[in-house]
Design a binder for this molecule. Structure first.
Ligand SMILES: Cc1cc2nc3c(=O)[nH]c(=O)nc-3n(C[C@H](O)[C@H](O)[C@H](O)COP(=O)(O)OP(=O)(O)OC[C@H]3O[C@@H](n4cnc5c(N)ncnc54)[C@H](O)[C@@H]3O)c2cc1C
Length: 451
């Protein structure tokens, strides 16, 4: 089994040919820092909307090195942090914008000739314990009140018809989700950005950004607009140490399963597959007949340290493997080919945001927690409109300009995150023994985390 190497997705398609580093000092209109989905979508729409704008993207390693090239490939419509926080009308608008963003990513991929194994089979979340089933029912009832959520509840038999998981007690499904190959999508998007006329400089870390200036060891970029698109790596930027907590998530992927196993499992529509656990898992059926299966490993490293090469801990691999085999006994004899991890950005209130200060020209987008594959597209379009001063519906969405308070200093931050995840793991263990309702330990952890 390989461990690290950025991700299985990148190893499968090969790392991209390196792009040049920043050649020295530069004057442009917009400097985007970070070449993940956020930075790339922003550059893409800026150039598509106004080809006269000079846009550069500064990237510490290579385009797609971060979460964008490592994730579970759920192109889904989640409103990070929940739409309830915005009130009814704004919540409905935010949901509609995310539903549309799923379609927009598919439309652009199609139009730009990006083959990213996209299959729009919807999102399936399964309950495996009585407590998960109770949460599932409450969730389905709450979702039914929101137009655009389009969640339907499935019986155990209907669940197995979609994906042949072992012993499901029920599931919820909605149609606004597609399975993607993350590295193919981010690689193709970077190329589309270049075709649109923006320049990506790689191997150029920016330790500090300020109004009008991005300083790097290779030169300084002066720009009227400086946009931070560094997500889980934001804690490394000067002055941003407590803005978003870098949270780790890990994945494993199997070798291709034999045809007889797929005959039993089905999974014909390639729905993305999750569960209702507190420490939840997320999975996809890959285009080459593997199962990629993810969840939290060691969630947080002291001092907001972030990873470098995607290596994950042995106990994260063992934990994910056990859960994979519980859901898919047919995969028990199939070797795990690769394990890796990535880092995502968590704001103190768990709500994503996008914004731009017209006075300073500084902008940002992120804090997507585990649901950024679609939201980054909405963020990119919104940032482009904000920078260009366009008065569109997007710039009036409720997440625009939102700011969360900063995280606590260490050692409080480390203690709190580890205590919260220990509590969630304990609650999952209690519930696995048959508790009919959510464990009180999890309720306490929800309260502490502000989740
Ligand atoms: C393991 C994992 C699984 C996930 N699964 C899903 C999923 O299935 N569905 C979903 O919706 N979301 C998922 N997510 C979240 C999703 O991948 C992210 O929200 C999204 O990719 C964020 O994109 P981004 O461009 O903001 O950040 P990133 O992709 O992390 O990009 C940030 C970039 O900035 C660069 N950078 C950072 N600091 C600097 C600096 N100082 N100077 C220059 N460059 C810098 C980094 O090298 C990196 O390339 C997952 C995340 C992880 C880690």
């Amino acid at each position: 089994m390989r461990n690290g190497d950025v991700s299985f997705w990148w190893r499968q398609i090969g790392l991209p040919a390196p792009r040049p580093a920043l050649p020295g000092d530069l004057d442009v209109d917009v400097c985007v820092v970070g070449a993940g989905f956020t930075g790339l979508w922003t550059a893409y729409y800026l150039r598509r909307l106004d080809p006269s704008v000079r846009v550069v993207v500064i990237e510490a390693r290579f385009a797609g090195f971060g979460a964008s090239g490592r994730n579970g490939g759920w192109l889904t419509n989640s409103v990070t942090g929940g739409r309830e926080r915005y009130g009814r009308d704004d919540g409905i608008r935010q949901q509609a914008a995310l539903n549309a963003a799923v379609d927009e990513v598919i439309r652009v991929a199609d139009g730009e000739g990006i083959d990213a194994d996209i299959l729009a089979g919807g999102e399936l979340n399964v309950a495996y314990t009585p407590a998960q089933l109770a949460r599932l029912r409450a969730f389905a009832a709450a979702e039914a009140k929101w137009p655009g959520a389009d969640v339907v509840e499935l019986s155990p038999a209907e669940t197995r018809d979609r994906v042949g998981v072992a012993r499901p007690l029920g599931a919820v499904w909605h149609p606004h989700c597609a399975r993607v190959h993350p590295a193919k999508l981010v690689r193709g998007l970077a190329e589309a950005v270049e075709r649109a006329g923006a320049v990506i400089y790689e191997d150029t870390p920016a330790p500090a950004i300020s109004p009008g200036r991005v300083e790097t060891p290779r030169g300084t970029v002066r720009a009227a607009h400086v946009l931070r698109a560094t997500e889980g790596f934001t804690a490394n930027l000067r002055g941003e140490h407590r803005t978003w907590l870098p949270m780790n998530s890990s994945l494993i992927v199997t070798d291709p399963l034999p045809a007889e196993a797929w005959d039993r499992i089905g999974w014909a529509h390639a729905d993305t597959l999750g569960d209702l656990a507190h420490v939840y898992t997320y999975a996809q059926r890959t285009a080459d007949r593997r199962i990629a299966f993810g969840g939290r490993g060691v969630p947080y490293r002291y001092g907001s340290r972030v990873d470098t090469d995607g290596r994950t801990q042995e106990r994260a691999v063992a934990g994910l493997t056990a859960l994979l085999h519980r859901a898919f006994p047919d995969a028990a004899d199939v070797p795990i080919a690769h394990a890796w991890s990535g880092v995502l950005g968590v704001p103190r209130d768990w709500a994503a945001s996008v914004g731009h200060d017209t006075a300073t020209g500084l902008g940002w987008a992120g804090g997507y927690v585990g649901t950024g594959v679609t939201t980054t597209n909405l963020a990119g379009r919104t940032l482009a409109d904000l920078v260009l001063g366009r008065d569109t519906d997007l710039v009036h969405l409720p997440w625009v300009g939102h700011r969360a308070k900063r995280w606590e200093p260490e050692p409080l931050r480390w203690l709190a995150v580890n205590a919260i995840y220990a509590a969630y793991h304990a609650a999952d263990r209690h519930e696995a023994r048959g508790r009919p309702a959510t464990s009180p330990i999890a309720k306490l952890a929800d309260l502490i985390s502000g989740h």
